[in-house]
Structures are given as C-alpha cells and as structure tokens.
Design a protein around this ligand. Structure first.
Ligand SMILES: CC(C)(COP(=O)(O)OP(=O)(O)OC[C@H]1O[C@@H](n2cnc3c(N)ncnc32)[C@H](O)[C@@H]1OP(=O)(O)O)[C@@H](O)C(=O)NCCC(=O)NCCS
Length: 194
C-alpha cells in the first residue's frame, strides 16, 4: 500500500492504495456519483446504518458533510475516505472515526459499499489499506468496529481482515431508528494479520 499527500499542505487530503481500490477523502466533485450510488443502494444500506435524514442526499447536506470531514481531519478526530475502483468509479466509503489519543490511541471503523459493488472483495481491500495507514501513519494502537449480530457480511469482513470478537454491547447504536445490540470487534497493532 502506498500513501501520497495529494493536496497543498494547507488542505487535508490523502490517497491510499489497496488491492484493486484507492481511497481518498471526499471532495465536492464527488457529489453526483456519491448521491447516485447512495440512492441506488438505499434499500441495501438502510437496515445497517443510522437513519438517513430527509435531506441526506442533497448537495447542501453533502457540502456540510465535507466541511465536517475536513474539520475532523484537521483536528485528528476522524479520517473519512471514499473508495474507488482502479478505473476511478466510486464504490463506497469508509471512515476511521472517534480517534482517541493519550493512553488509548484508538479509532473506530465504519464502512459501506454500494450495492452494485458488493461481494467483490473491495471492502476487504479498503479495510486492509486503512489498517496499514492507521497503524503506521496515524500510529494508533487499536482499531475498533461493531456490527449487528445478524450482519453476516460485516462479521465476515471483520474476521477476514483479522479483527477479534471482544464483546457484546446491549442497545449499543441506534441503527435504522432502533437501539440495537452489537458485536464488538478490535484489531491491535501487535496482532498478526491474515
Ligand atoms: C459489509 C460490507 C461493507 C461488505 O462489503 P463487501 O465489499 O461486499 O465485502 P467483501 O466483498 O470484501 O467481502 C468480505 C467478506 O464478507 C462476505 N460477504 C459479503 N457479503 C455477504 C453477504 N451478503 N452474506 C454473507 N457474507 C457476505 C464475503 O464473502 C467475504 O467473506 P469470505 O471471504 O469469507 O467469503 C457490505 O456488505 C455493506 O456495505 N453492507 C451494508 C452496509 C453495512 O453493513 N455496513 C456496515 C455496518 S457495521
């Protein structure tokens, strides 16, 4: 995996490369592809995500989302990426968020793939790329992730990329409008990767 600085030093931006994918923070020029892919994947994604707001897919909401992304990157709070296939087509998104420093040095992974691109190994490649970035460039010690117990795709993804199941949290996240129990997973910088 290679990492390059993409933008002038005053703008937060990174390019990560994985097996058949590249990742970079979202930009305004991604709006059309992002909103089209999210709209086409709505039924596939909504059972597993926080409820979408009424204006979620609008240009104004995307602009607000970008502003927040850049603030979070600048403040070392979160690192949001879009995932592209090698041909430059947008396939999904992945965020390493809730960065905690001090004695914790951890981040939390969240991800989605567009319905047309599911089960092609793209998220496996994206997670592997971000894991390398998190442990080397960001120097994190621990990456956490959680998923609904019946989300087999997410469970498989986490186990395939080396995460260990550490626990079970009751009514942990409000997903699709309902507080739901979650499986808790984590990967340590000292874990051997598959
Ligand atoms: C979870 C998700 C990101 C996986 O992305 P993906 O690009 O399809 O994953 P990959 O192709 O890299 O596959 C990873 C593993 O999951 C398995 N998998 C993928 N979709 C699956 C499904 N519907 N049912 C069972 N296993 C599935 C793959 O077979 C693979 O495991 P294997 O190598 O043991 O076979 C995707 O299904 C998704 O976005 N789901 C909806 C949103 C969501 O669940 N977000 C995460 C909330 S925690």
């Amino acid at each position: 995996m290679a990492l390059f600085r993409l933008y002038p030093a005053n703008q937060a931006g990174f390019l990560l490369q994985g097996d058949g994918v590249f990742l970079r923070p979202p930009e305004m020029r991604d709006y059309e592809a992002w909103s089209a892919l999210r709209a086409a994947s709505r039924a596939f994604l909504t059972p597993w995500e926080p409820a979408w707001s009424g204006d979620d897919l609008t240009r104004a909401a995307f602009r607000r989302r970008l502003r927040r992304c850049y603030e979070e990157i600048a403040n070392d709070e979160a690192y949001p990426f879009l995932i592209f296939r090698e041909n430059g087509v947008l396939a999904g998104g992945l965020t390493l968020g809730q960065i905690r420093r001090g004695v914790v040095q951890s981040g939390t992974l969240g991800y989605w793939i567009g319905a047309p691109y599911a089960r092609q190994g793209l998220m496996t490649a994206a997670v592997r790329g971000v894991v390398g970035y998190a442990f080397t460039t960001l120097r994190l010690h621990r990456i956490e992730a959680s998923c609904l117990p019946h989300n087999l795709a997410s469970v498989r993804l986490l186990e395939r990329t080396g995460f260990s199941r550490e626990g079970y949290a009751r009514a942990y996240l409000r997903i699709n409008g309902i507080w739901q129990d979650h499986l808790l997973y984590a990967l340590l910088d000292s874990d051997s990767l598959p």
